[in-house]
Design a protein around this ligand. Structure first.
Ligand code: GDP
Length: 660
């Protein structure tokens, strides 16, 4: 925000995204070192890097929690949101992506496009974020920038353009140089095809001013029309200054007017032993100071922000002030949740569908007497992270969590140990299925006895299109069922549909309330919830349900000689693939397979390809699945189909011991 009073320096909220091991942590260290923020670049190999934090991260050499670091380069303030690379943390990656203005995608110049790269790329495109690509490790044996660049163009986007080249690749002395005259002419031609001003100069003079080239490139990058590719080595520092220059010159400014009313979104929560719940916020407009009161638009209550801080090099620094465009930390909001909007919702960019956890896992304390403490700790953790949906089943005395992947359980075990002093063990994860009606049917309920009560309802249930979720309408007049009861039915739907007749959440359903009545004297609040739970489940018995299983879209790249083995294996896992694309002695295969048959697939692929295959997989919707190939679960809790008992239970007349 140049020119406006109170605005800070130009700002870049930047994410570094990469496949595990591509060199993100090492690059982060170099950026901090070059910008003068740290005296010496640490090393991930020695476990001294500043951007990694938890013990488990150091031990496994992976970044789990995204940490925020800031530095300045050529008068530009860069906020680095260091996003985690492992698939299991894609929810956190996506969450971090929402607050970015641009991204640097790190790929390895020796290995080529890696598993996670494509997933991350698609997420970036989904958000329309400007991006740069850094081809790292030019010093490594086997580095081949030309080859990897060609693959990027072919597989990720034809709009990639190179901005520099590597000399002496594959050697420790590898350096980065400006493009050859030929390559530069090519770049100008590409720019001219998109930029009228540049085209005009080009046609008139046959040469173009460097400033005009720079300006055209900047516009194309900021609009997300072109994606510059730079190369270098995070380890030796080669090409890192050029990368910083590109970040400062080409990427967009965070913008936002500090004079406008406050508008921000909470994108992460952390727990600090001293400060309690610390909320990461991205401010889109306005200014926040210590002790400011602000409306939590999502929760509909006023919040008192006790302190405004910044997370720098993993320490909270007092700033007392946060301006539009900035990312910071807020203390003093014990109830705040991820995704909450503070102040004016208008400047906050539209939501982005976060991925759903697809696995469920049971957690048990090592010592039975710790169960209550464990339930409490897990509830607290899931209030911080809405993706960690925890379910306590009192009847079975079982605690279940929904997770993104298996590595997450290891992190959770560590968090439970360090933060809560609890030793806990996780069972093996199971797939989360869903169910959908098999055909059209009706479900009804007349809850009129024992008085006082009155709720009569009739629903029509229809299968919806795959991926359509729940579509609910009411054709019943408000004189027949009062709006407050109609509202009760609608807001209770997630509960009514939480367990179908096969034990799974019901989805892809078109539900219509077609008939019913309330009673002026007898109807009580809650009656329609109870009746709807019963009517809908009866309807599902009539329609029957089809099991749905989560599917993954995959991309497999491996040496050609393993193509036959890999394809046969995919088919055996009930998967399907498109014809393979072959380039040289490598193939790339795209297709889909069920999550249930592919949880261990990275390991399997490694053995099929002698460790030379790479896999990318991302959730790609649900597909019908025969019961015998999936899983049907017994009902948890009292079933609404067990009518008399259910009514007793609902009215609190069934004691706990009877309820099981
Ligand atoms: P991250 O998982 O993406 O954070 O990757 P790290 O920064 O932890 O790096 C993974 C490994 O690659 C470490 O052993 C690094 O020393 C090594 N590495 C990172 N950058 C380079 C580089 O530019 N050249 C070489 N030769 N090795 C590198």
């Amino acid at each position: 925000m140049q020119g406006s009073p109170g605005a800070g320096p130009p700002l870049r909220n930047l994410g570094i995204l990469a496949h595990v091991d591509a060199g993100k942590t090492t690059l982060t260290e170099q950026l901090l070192y070059l910008s003068g923020s740290i005296a010496a670049a640490g090393s991930v190999d020695r476990g001294t890097s500043v951007s990694d934090r938890m013990e488990v991260e150091r031990r496994r050499g992976i970044s789990v929690r995204a940490s925020t670091l800031s530095f300045a380069w050529q008068g530009v303030q860069v906020n680095l949101i260091d996003t985690p690379g492992h698939t299991d943390f894609s929810a956190e990656v996506e969450r971090s992506l929402r607050v970015l203005d641009a991204a640097v995608l790190v790929d390895c110049a020796a290995e080529g496009i890696q598993a996670q790269t494509e997933t991350v790329w698609q997420a970036l495109r989904g958000l329309g974020l400007p991006a740069l690509v850094f081809l790292n490790k030019i010093d490594r044996v086997g580095a081949d920038v030309d080859r990897v660049f060609a693959a990027l163009r072919r597989e990720l986007s034809p709009a990639m353009v190179r901005l520099n080249r590597a000399i002496d690749q594959g050697q420790a002395e590898a350096v980065v140089e400006a493009l050859s005259d030929e390559a530069r002419a090519e770049l100008i031609e590409i720019l001219a095809s998109e930029d009228d001003l540049l085209l005009q100069q080009y046609l008139e003079n046959d040469r173009v001013e460097p400033t005009v080239v720079q300006a055209a490139l900047q516009r194309a990058v900021r609009d997300g029309r072109l994606f510059p590719v730079l190369c270098g080595s995070a380890k030796t520092g080669a090409g890192v200054a050029a990368l910083l220059d590109a970040v400062a010159r080409l990427l967009p400014d965070a913008g936002g007017d500090p004079q406008q009313p406050v508008s921000g979104v909470i994108y992460r929560l952390d727990h600090d032993p001293r400060l309690g719940r610390v909320a990461g916020v991205r401010l889109y407009a306005g200014t926040l100071r210590n002790r400011d009161r602000v409306l939590n638009h999502t929760a509909g209550r006023e919040e008192l922000i006790t302190q405004v801080k910044r997370l720098a090099l993993n320490r909270y620094e007092d700033t007392g002030l946060l301006r539009a465009g900035e990312i910071g930390c807020l203390c003093g909001m014990p109830e705040v949740r991820i995704g909450d909007v503070l102040g004016d919702p208008d400047p906050v960019p539209g939501g982005y569908a976060l991925s759903e956890p697809l696995l469920s896992v049971q957690v048990k304390p090592d010592r039975p007497q710790d169960l209550a403490a464990l339930v409490e700790a897990v509830h607290l953790l899931s209030s911080e992270d809405p993706h960690l949906d925890c379910r306590w089943h009192p009847d079975e005395r079982e605690l279940h969590l929904r997770i993104m992947g298996t590595v997450q359980t290891e992190i959770l075990a560590e968090v439970l140990r360090v933060r809560f002093g609890l030793q806990a063990a996780f069972g093996s994860p199971t797939v989360i299925y869903r169910e959908t009606p098999a055909r059209v049917g009706y479900g009804e309920e007349s809850y009129t006895m024992p008085k006082p009560c009155w709720a009569i309802l009739r629903f029509r249930l229809e299968p919806g299109e795959r991926g359509s979720g729940i579509c609910y309408v009411s054709t019943v007049d408000k004189s027949a069922i009062h709006p407050k009861y109609q509202n009760e039915i609608e807001t209770n739907l997630p509960e009514s549909l939480r367990q179908g007749i096969k034990g799974w959440e019901v989805t892809d359903l078109r539900l219509t309330l077609v008939d019913g009545s309330h009673h002026l004297l007898h109807s009580r609040p809650g009656d329609f919830k109870l009746a709807a739970n019963m009517a809908i489940l009866k309807g599902l018995v009539e329609t029957g349900t089809v099991l749905l299983e989560p599917m993954l879209a995959f991309r497999i790249a491996a040496p050609l000689e393993s193509l036959g083995r890999v394809t046969a294996d995919v088919v055996q896992r009930r998967g399907a693939c498109e014809p393979a694309e072959i380039a040289g002695d490598q193939f790339v295969l795209h297709g889909r397979f069920p999550l249930a048959t592919s949880m261990d697939y990275a390991v399997r692929l490694s053995s099929l390809t002698r460790g030379r295959g790479t896999l990318t997989a991302r959730f790609s919707g649900y597909r019908e699945c025969p019961d015998e190939l999936g899983a049907v679960r017994p009902r948890r809790g009292v079933s609404p189909l067990d009518r008399a008992r259910y009514i007793l239970w609902w009215r609190g007349a069934l004691t706990d011991s009877l309820a099981g």
